[in-house]
Design a protein around this ligand. Structure first.
Ligand code: ZN
Length: 777
């Protein structure tokens, strides 16, 4: 019996699932979005009782350059600004993702390939002893506090609940081994070893236990860190002292408090020049000086002191290999931000040419679309193979060849990653979304602005993502490997396309095609300003974009963010009509023309050929054969009837009749399921064109097929649907009237080559690797 049950169940389920996918695309999002409340209102703005927590940090950090270790003590002051008493606090221990017992190793899936790198093998049998070693957690009386470490999260237990408006101060002492990014399975931070001069370059982040966010959406956001879903962090002030070898330079979040202790007189003088420079970066620490520093290893130490206000995190970079340049960027409000770069000689001459300029460019254009950059500095640090963002500082790839040359690909890759990572200052460092939950809220918005900024760098900049046509291959792919954008960060297929490419493209389509640039820019700016230095959730973005523009976008959010449907609209049929003028002279002439153009039957053609070949032209029989009778000739009666008809018409009706327009009835089919505006380019007989833009709401009464009539003065000779490739239509072969066949090509190859070198296991591996195709930046 049981065997027969299964197919029955499937039959019942089938139509239900299908109906869900084909739900009315214009149904409002009420069921998908949380109910507005006093913390987040229905307009998408912070509500009148909006609150958020605050955490201040005082830290003493020491880098052990000989053993690649970080030693730290921190005092966290946590302010409970929520309406709730808190029985315990959650602190994030992100380094534990590298602990030998990490769930990241346990839950990663692997396959054995024909070739395996050492890095891949090290993930199978991790040997690097990462993770925080906690020495103590003490309260402000110096007494040990009770804590429990649950993988990458630590619960600090409180004797008494922390009441609203109270704050608590506690100390954590810890250390950890710094991962070598090349050997220990990559990573957003870590060390890079340069064998040639036996030196390290450190990009240090997630280096201290950080407060988890407690908010009105999730309570404590203490979802474990598995590696993909990034960081959800509270704003606060930082006071950080970093002790490094005396011959190191340090770049960090915040402003340097003790220039006199750590910079030479020359460096301080050049820094002053850089502060005044607006066009060109000024070199503060030269390549010659860096090469000199590389040669020795100072036994002395120096402590660099940084302070930062209202930031959600802190990162730093340090090395004796660093070159340093900087320039001032003046903003619209007159404030000056220092755009700065540090890089080893391995990045030159690429970095001295472009890095700081790319930072300045990013600040100008991102500020243009959002708000003035509110921090005093913005750093770009050169680090091999990664792009990663922190407040005021980011780590970016881009190295030259050993002979100092570089390809255009390397150059544009470097400029793009700098724009992207510096851009992250705006999303999520300032507009502080929950990265652990939603990768797209920072990566998607940032990739969209990255595209706009890239296009302002130079004409036809080779952007990888942004324009609608670049997302087509992903959208038409196998739905089994596509997730809706509204999917938690850890469970996304094709990470890069899902969380970066598709939302960036969707926003660009909103801007160019659905809302228009002016309305979009106004609404987007409203969102950025409402939520800067706050914690927005997806509904806050969706609601603000509608609230500020009076454009109902529920259909757009539903289709692009909640489904995996794609755009494929077909121009399925075109019919031409004219008004019957009732005028016998005009109508009979039309009919005559139609008859002449109509195909003739085979017998008629053969009869004519036969008679022409059989008889001489002078023969009288042939004259009879071409009869002069014209059944379409207008008679006097026809003419009288027409005059009667005319006299029965009003002036307005006569005008319509005399205009004698062409009417085109177009039928459109929605094959992909995603409704979109219909953009049409009509070309007329005289070569002129007319572009019509029809809002997506045309689909509201027929989601699969609709028809619409277009009147024109002239005859239309061709029609193109989506002529400016702006809707991400995955199949444009059905977009033309008259229809057009694509110039496809096929490969000619010798049959013995087919399938060689790829066995079944490799094919399977390739399929399962599809999810890994997006690299994290
Ligand atoms: Zn990013």
């Amino acid at each position: 019996m049981k065997r027969f049950l299964l197919p029955l169940v499937l039959i019942v389920l089938g139509p239900t699932l299908f109906a869900q996918i084909n739900e009315n695309p214009f149904k409002q999002l009420d069921n998908e979005l949380p109910t507005p409340n006093v913390y987040r209102n229905a307009a998408g703005a912070p509500g009148y009782m909006y609150w958020q927590q605050r955490a201040d940090y005082e830290m003493d950090i020491r880098l052990d350059d000989e053993n690649q270790r970080i030693y730290g003590t921190e005092t966290i002051t946590y302010y409970n600004q929520s309406p709730d008493p808190l029985e315990y606090l959650w602190v994030q221990l992100d380094q534990n993702v590298r602990a030998l017992t990490s769930d990241t190793y346990k839950t990663s899936t692997n396959q054995v390939g024909e070739q395996m790198s050492l890095g891949q093998l090290s993930r199978l049998e991790p040997t690097f002893d990462g993770g925080f070693k906690i020495d103590h957690v003490k309260n402000d009386d110096g007494e040990d506090m009770t804590y429990h470490i649950e993988k990458t999260m630590m619960r600090i237990e409180l004797d008494e609940p922390l009441e609203p408006e109270e704050s608590i101060e506690f100390d954590i002492k810890y250390w950890y081994n710094i991962n070598d990014r090349a050997k220990d399975g990559g990573g957003r931070s870590g060390s890079e070893y340069f064998e040639e001069d036996d030196n390290y370059l450190y990009t240090i982040a997630q280096f201290y236990p950080r407060m988890a966010v407690y908010n009105d959406v999730d309570g404590w956001q203490n979802k474990q860190f598995l590696g993909r879903g990034e960081f959800t962090l509270t704003f606060g002030n930082y006071d950080v002292k970093i002790t490094v070898p005396a011959d190191h330079l340090v770049a960090a979040t915040g402003t340097l408090q003790n220039e006199g202790d750590v910079l030479t007189r020359d460096q301080r003088g050049r820094l002053e020049l850089a502060r005044a420079s607006r066009e060109q970066p000024v070199v503060i620490a030269t390549q010659e000086e860096a090469v000199e520093r590389e040669k020795g290893k100072s036994k002395r130490e120096k402590t660099w002191h940084f302070a930062a206000e209202n930031v959600r995190d802190f990162g730093f970079a340090t090395s004796r290999k660093f070159i340093w340049d900087a320039m001032g960027v003046e903003q619209e409000d007159g404030s000056v931000v220092m755009a700065m770069s540090m890089y080893p000689k391995e990045g030159n001459p690429l970095w001295e040419r472009f890095s700081t300029k790319a930072v300045a460019h990013t600040l100008r254009w991102y500020s243009h679309y959002t708000f003035n950059y509110p921090y005093p500095v913005a750093w770009s640090i050169n680090a091999a193979d990664i792009g990663m963002e922190y407040p005021m500082i980011c780590f970016n790839f881009g190295r030259t060849e050993p002979d100092g040359t570089y390809s255009e690909r390397t150059k544009y890759g470097m400029i793009s990653v700098i724009i992207h990572e510096v851009g992250h200052n705006y999303f999520p460092m300032i507009v502080n979304s929950d990265e652990r939950q939603w990768t797209w809220m920072d990566e998607g918005l940032n990739t969209f602005l990255q595209y706009l900024a890239e296009q302002q760098w130079e004409r036809d900049y080779p952007s990888r993502r942004g324009p609608a046509d670049k997302i087509v291959d992903y959208m038409k792919g196998d739905k089994q490997y596509i997730s809706p954008i509204m999917t938690n960060s850890e469970s996304i297929w094709q990470f890069g396309n899902n969380a970066y490419g598709k939302p960036a493209t969707a926003l660009n389509i909103l801007r160019e095609t659905v809302m228009g640039r002016e309305q979009f820019d106004y609404a987007f700016k409203t969102y950025a300003n409402r939520w800067k230095f706050k914690h927005p959730a997806p509904a806050d973005l969706f609601r603000t974009m509608e609230d500020a523009s009076a454009i109902d976008l529920d259909w757009f959010w539903r289709g692009w963010f909640f489904t995996t449907n794609h755009v494929d609209i077909a121009l399925a049929n075109v019919r031409q009509f004219r008004i019957n003028t009732m005028n016998p002279t005009v109508e009979n002439q039309r009919m005559r023309q139609q008859e002449q153009e109509a195909p003739r039957n085979i017998s008629s053609i053969r009869n004519e050929e036969e008679i022409v070949s059989t008889f001489d032209e002078t023969d009288t029989t042939i004259v009879d054969f071409y009869s002069e009778y014209d059944p379409l000739e207008a008679t006097v009666v026809d003419e009288e009837e027409f005059q009667q008809y005319l006299s029965s018409l009003s002036e307005e009706e006569k005008n319509v009749l005399n205009a004698d327009k062409y009417y085109y009835e177009l039928t459109f089919q929605n094959i992909g399921g995603l409704v979109m505006p219909i953009i049409l380019e009509f070309t007329f007989a005289d070569g002129t064109k007319d572009v019509q833009r029809i809002p997506a709401e045309i689909w509201r009464m027929g989601t699969e097929e609709i028809t619409k009539v277009f009147p024109f003065e002239q005859e239309v000779v061709s029609i193109v649907l989506d002529p400016f490739i702006e809707t991400a239509d995955t199949d444009t072969s059905n977009n033309y009237y008259p229809s057009k066949s694509a110039a496809n090509r096929f490969d000619l190859y010798q049959s013995r080559q087919r399938g060689e070198g790829e066995n079944a296991m490799q094919r399977n591996t390739r399929a399962s690797n599809m999810e890994q195709s997006g690299s994290r930046r």
